[in-house]
Unconditional design. Structure first.
Ligand code: GDP
Ligand code: IMO
Ligand code: MG
Length: 434
């Protein structure tokens, strides 16, 4: 299905291979942007995370939330792929494939490549996630989708890969091995029999799509095809470079794309980050610019800040330029998309954090590695006048009201990267360009 004409134009992707990541704590609007930019791509690859993601897009005015499929799936002629670094919930993936079919997307093995190397989320992993999150101390506020336990089993070399999942003999062997390893496994098998039945049923449906996705992707890159590498979650949720332990269990940053696909860094032409004009976070963990006042409430209401996966209310705060500069540096971002700028319209004043103040260490101008230090930090703000004029839905960044242009210029100055596009609404093409 190609983009209907009323959706506005999409600026062409400049590099052959572009990585698009969330530049905050997730939910920056990756779904909408991948869907918009995919109009210009031949292949869209999701490279990490699982159905903890919730990517919202609108196709022909209808809302769709994707958890497992890449957000480029709604374009004709493109190939979509899940690479080795992804974790797959098979039953959820089948549901989404059926949903896509209702939207007229015919999924054929030639246009959906599922990596045989990707690890599988099972009802056992979901059970473990729920158990860990029910602790009275130390809960992360996960999505309870089994993400952490699946990546843990992968690292401890007892996981189930998608290629083995779709093979009945290998799948049974894995189940037997888990029974022997874990005394509670049998109980989880019988307590969650419906989930296990859906899990088993998905194997035959997914089998035709399981392939050596990484080799196909490398071949496409070598042939000079336009490729979009889609991150899930956000750079501050990265297992190494995020606010550990309040992170997800994968490499959400741009380097994760290379590792997941087995694609050398020299093939990456551009890394682009998506950030909101403010910040949200779901789950626990430090958040220096979090707002607990009326402004925060109004941003949450106007921005409809509820989790697309769990429905939890998102915590809301001012744009944190210290954290965003850190993300620009860690991920080599050549540009940032400043999304949901329409939500800031109508505020008397707008703020960005340009430093942190720590009770003993004083003023910090860079993001501390220690989450406890970050927890104790207060933001140092630059305050600017807001704007009340509606911002245009499409056109140029130069068409923004003067105060909004000033806001964008200050963000650029503080993060050390250009704002290349601005988001003005939830639909394809609701965007301003340079
Ligand atoms: P993702 O996880 O990064 O794909 O983001 P989510 O889908 O979880 O959350 C982003 C939300 O903002 C969704 O409800 C989108 O429909 C909406 N959205 C995306 N871009 C814009 C924008 O520029 N303006 C407004 N008002 N909403 C947007
Ligand atoms: P998208 O792709 C926002 C958060 C959870 C929790 C932490 C760990 O829609 O941006 P996990 O279930 O991954 O073990 O949870 O990460 N989290 C997200 N927050 N958007 C997401 O995805 C998220 N995926 C995970 O809330 O704090
Ligand atoms: Mg989301």
């Amino acid at each position: 299905m190609s983009a209907p004409a009323q959706h506005g134009k999409t600026e062409p992707l400049k590099a052959s291979t572009t990585v698009l990541i969330g530049a905050q704590w997730g939910d920056e609007g990756k779904g909408k942007w991948i869907d918009s930019l995919a109009a210009d791509a031949e292949l869209v690859v999701r490279y990490q995370g699982g159905n903890n993601a919730g990517h919202t897009l609108y196709v022909d005015g209808k809302k769709i939330v994707l958890h497992q499929l890449p957000s480029g799936i709604f374009h004709d002629g493109q190939v979509s792929a899940l690479a080795a670094g992804v974790v797959v919930n098979p039953a959820q993936l089948v549901i989404e494939m059926e949903r896509a079919a209702e939207f007229g997307v015919t999924l054929h093995p030639s246009r959906l490549w599922l990596s045989g190397r990707a690890h599988v989320i099972t009802p056992w992993h979901v059970y473990l996630d729920e158990q860990r999150e029910s602790r009275s101390h130390g809960a992360i506020g996960t999505t309870k989708r089994g993400i952490g336990p699946t990546y843990s089993d992968k690292a401890s070399r007892s996981g189930l890969r998608l290629g083995h999942f779709v093979n009945e003999t290998s799948r049974k062997r894995w189940l037997q091995q888990m029974r022997e390893l874990h005394p509670e496994f049998n109980k989880v098998l019988s307590d969650r029999h419906e989930a296990w039945a859906a899990f088993e049923a998905a194997a035959a449906r997914l089998a035709p799509f399981v392939t050596d996705a990484e080799t196909h992707i490398r071949t496409a890159v070598a042939a000079g095809k336009k490729v979009l590498l889609e991150g899930a979650q956000g750079a501050l949720l990265d297992i190494d470079h995020g606010t550990y332990p309040f992170v997800t269990s994968s490499t959400t940053g741009s380097a994760g794309a290379c590792q997941s696909i087995g694609l050398a860094p020299r093939h990456i032409g551009a890394c682009i980050g998506i950030a909101k004009g403010y910040v949200t976070r779901v789950g626990a963990g430090p958040f220096p610019t979090e707002l607990h006042d009326e402004v925060g409430k109004s941003l949450a209401t106007k921005g409809q800040e509820f989790g697309a996966t769990t429905g939890r209310p998102r915590r809301v705060g001012w744009l944190d330029a210290v954290a965003l500069r850190y993300v620009v540096d860690v991920n080599g971002l050549s540009g940032v998309i400043l999304n949901k700028m329409d939500i800031l319209t109508g505020l008397k004043e707008v703020k960005i954090a340009v430093a942190y103040r720590h009770p003993t260490a004083g003023e910090l101008t860079s993001m501390p590695w220690d989450t406890e230090v970050l927890e104790a930090c207060q933001p140092v703000y630059e305050t600017m006048p807001g704007w009340s004029e509606d911002i245009p839905r499409s056109g140029k960044i130069a068409d923004l009201p003067a105060a909004a242009r000033h806001f964008v210029a200050e963000v650029e100055r503080h993060i050390g990267a250009p704002v290349i596009m601005v988001g003005t609404g939830p639909n394809r093409g609701d965007a301003l360009y340079r």
